[in-house]
Design a protein around this ligand. Structure first.
Ligand code: DGL
Length: 260
């Protein structure tokens, strides 16, 4: 038994395995929580969907979490945090929602010249640039859309010739920057492949910053002392076996993945 800081289960969602890169970081800081992970594998990729669709998916997932007694929801998806957070926080006032981009922008604002690799929908929203500029007006933020990257991860095609070509093509747009932000939670899975082109050290995984922000916030709630054992639940909207298999290289799921 060890100390758990949140009395109620914590919901985490993404379109697929990407959000596990956030859960992986949360595990290090707050290992004893009860996490409920939801992957919307029926609707993946989110990156080429309309804002209306992304809000609709988020609404369905938050209703699922409400039913599960969740009071804290982590949007472990850049696309969803860019396009649905403002609406979801109005529609679900009883839930504390942590949006990825908005939560990490302050920390990223210490750099003056950043590139952000992200989905088309995230890039079109301009959210990384607008949030970072709230803290550093002089920051240059070059947002680069990376269509196809999510599918590489969801299908485990890390080193196929087409993958390498696609990455090479996108990296040509990077320019001279201080750091490259992995602005989609699927991209940390690609780090070893990216490293073939650009040294790993040049990338920032916002999941690490995000987990710290969430940890500090829940800790500040001071919910009192609870001793417990860790608990994990995993749900998907399609194809549980594929989800479990693809998660493997990044996160080992011991529990059964349930279809909802
Ligand atoms: N992992 C998500 C993100 O952080 C979405 C990827 C997708 O479904 O296109 O943006």
């Amino acid at each position: 038994m060890a100390k758990r800081i949140c009395k109620t289960p914590i919901g985490i969602f993404d379109s697929g395995v990407g959000g596990l890169s956030v859960l992986n970081e949360l595990d290090k800081l707050m290992p004893v929580e009860h996490y409920i992970y939801y992957a919307d594998t029926k609707n993946i990729p989110y990156g080429d969907k309309s804002q209306e669709d992304i809000i609709k998916f988020g609404r369905e997932i938050l209703n699922f979490f409400l039913f599960k007694g969740v009071q804290h929801v982590i949007i472990a998806c850049n696309t969803s945090s860019a396009l649905s957070y403002n609406v979801l926080k109005q529609e679900f006032p009883s839930i504390k929602i942590y949006p990825l981009i908005q939560s990490v922008a302050k920390n990223l604002a210490k750099y003056n010249n950043l590139a952000v690799l992200a989905t088309e929908a995230t890039v079109n929203s301009g959210k990384y640039a607008s949030e970072i500029k709230k803290y550093n007006r002089n920051a240059e933020v070059n947002e680069i859309p990376c269509p196809g990257f999510t599918e590489i991860v969801e299908n485990g095609l890390y080193n196929s010739p087409t993958t390498l070509e696609l990455i090479d093509d996108r990296f040509e747009l990077l320019g001279d920057v201080d750091k490259i932000v992995l602005g989609c939670t699927h991209y940390p899975y690609l780090l070893n492949t990216f490293d073939k082109f650009i040294d790993k050290e040049n990338f920032i995984d916002p999941a690490k910053i995000f987990a710290k922000v969430i940890f500090e916030d829940i800790q500040n709630e001071n919910q009192g002392v609870i001793f417990d054992l860790p608990k994990r639940e995993f749900y998907v909207s399609d194809n549980p076996d594929k989800f479990k298999e693809n998660a493997k290289i990044f996160y080992e799921i011991k529990e059964e993945v349930q279809l909802v």
